[in-house]
Design a protein. Structure first.
Lengths: 163, 208
């Protein structure tokens, strides 16, 4: 055995000796409660648990029925609006209906003006604005993540808060 | 009536099972992650998996090994995910410890001068301190190591995995595993030796 290997083995033995006598750590008292609570949740009837815990088929059925309901509501609304418009055209409140229609047309004109203004803005400005907004949106997340990883969650660096 | 091994486990029985292994599972996760909250989350996940397999596990002589393997596996997965998630931010402000640590050759040279001294100092530390103090010092020294040194060191000394198994499990070259473990041991020995100088002497006969 070379001197280098001998040194390595001595160091390994030294560390093994230090580790061998260290007993297991005591698990926190909350662990047992947390596990039993989670098991209890799992034994509840599916609809009493969160959506993520539902059986896959039940989740699929719910999503499909939600989509079908949405389509039904949209189609029904359109049908009702068409019939209502026909009804109003022939009634005494046709004048009020006309003013409502004009208000709608005015709102549409305002929208068209806003669109024109938007088109008049140079593309670079728009992109710059979008970038600035994205940066402002991301900055708090980045700062929070940086702070968390620096001050709390990184045991990598000497001086980090022990856990 | 189904045999006992196939009967669903009740809460009382599972609590007994959990109490027998909770410290071991928690310790495995805590030593790998060096984070109490993350270790508790991992231990919870291990026991939930154990509950799903409780029919086979409760009477199995390999339950302990099964739990330890699952805890190790989940802790390592957690560390991989965690490292990937925070890499962007943490590496903006710190250089990877690989870049700043001494080379293996440089370490070898320092070993010569330090090892005798460290061995004596660690011996003295163990003689001067009582058991509780020693456990706390060793655990704290382990927590202070960077994860790329702590994880292979824990796998080698506590999980009794070989260098080859560790390299395969962590998906890193064998040479790096050996170097990281060597560095980890040296840093720990040095830290323990320094602690030996600062530690208050235990009353005589305290060593247990």
């Amino acid at each position: 055995m070379t001197a280098r290997e001998d040194r390595r083995q001595r160091l390994e033995g030294l560390m093994q000796r230090a580790f061998d006598e260290v007993p297991p750590r005591r698990a926190p008292a909350t662990l047992e409660r947390r596990v039993l609570w989670e098991i209890e949740q799992r034994t509840l009837r599916p609809w009493r648990r969160g959506f993520a815990h539902w059986p896959r088929t039940a989740r699929a059925v719910l999503i499909v029925s939600c989509c079908a309901s949405l389509a039904l509501v949209l189609l029904g609304s359109r049908e009702i609006m068409t019939r209502l418009a026909a009804l109003l055209a022939g009634s005494g409140i046709a004048g009020h209906w006309e003013s409502l229609r004009r208000t709608g047309a005015a709102a549409a004109s305002l929208g068209a003006v806003a669109l024109e203004v938007l088109r008049a803005i140079p593309t670079e400005w728009l992109l710059g604005g979008l970038l600035a907004t994205a940066l402002l949106y991301a900055a708090p997340f980045a700062l929070a993540a940086l702070g968390y990883s620096t001050l709390y969650a990184t045991p990598e660096r000497p001086g980090a808060r022990p856990t | 009536m189904p045999p006992a091994s196939q009967r669903p486990i009740d809460a009382h029985e599972f609590t007994t099972f959990m109490r027998a292994y909770r410290d071991m599972v928690y310790t495995t996760a805590a030593r790998l992650t060096a984070n109490a909250a993350q270790a508790e989350d991992i231990a919870q996940e291990v026991f939930l998996k154990a509950y799903e397999s409780s029919a086979e596990l409760r009477a199995s002589p390999t339950a302990r090994g099964w739990l330890k393997t699952v805890a190790t596996h989940l802790a390592l997965n957690h560390l991989t995910r965690y490292r990937r998630r925070w890499r962007l931010f943490t590496e903006l402000i710190t250089r990877d410890a690989d870049d700043e640590g001494p080379s293996a050759d440089a370490l070898e040279n320092t070993l010569d001068s330090r090892l005798d001294c460290a061995e004596a100092a660690v011996d003295e530390l163990f003689a001067r301190t009582d058991a509780e103090q020693r456990y706390a010092l060793v655990e704290r020294a382990l927590e202070r190591l960077p994860s790329h040194q702590r994880v292979p060191l824990v796998l080698f000394h506590f999980e009794e995995m070989s260098y080859q198994e560790i390299a395969a499990r962590l998906d890193v070259p064998l040479g790096k595993v050996k170097t990281d473990i060597l560095r980890g041991r040296l840093v720990m020995a040095a830290w323990l030796a320094r602690s030996g100088l600062d530690a208050p002497a235990a009353p005589s006969g305290a060593r247990s």
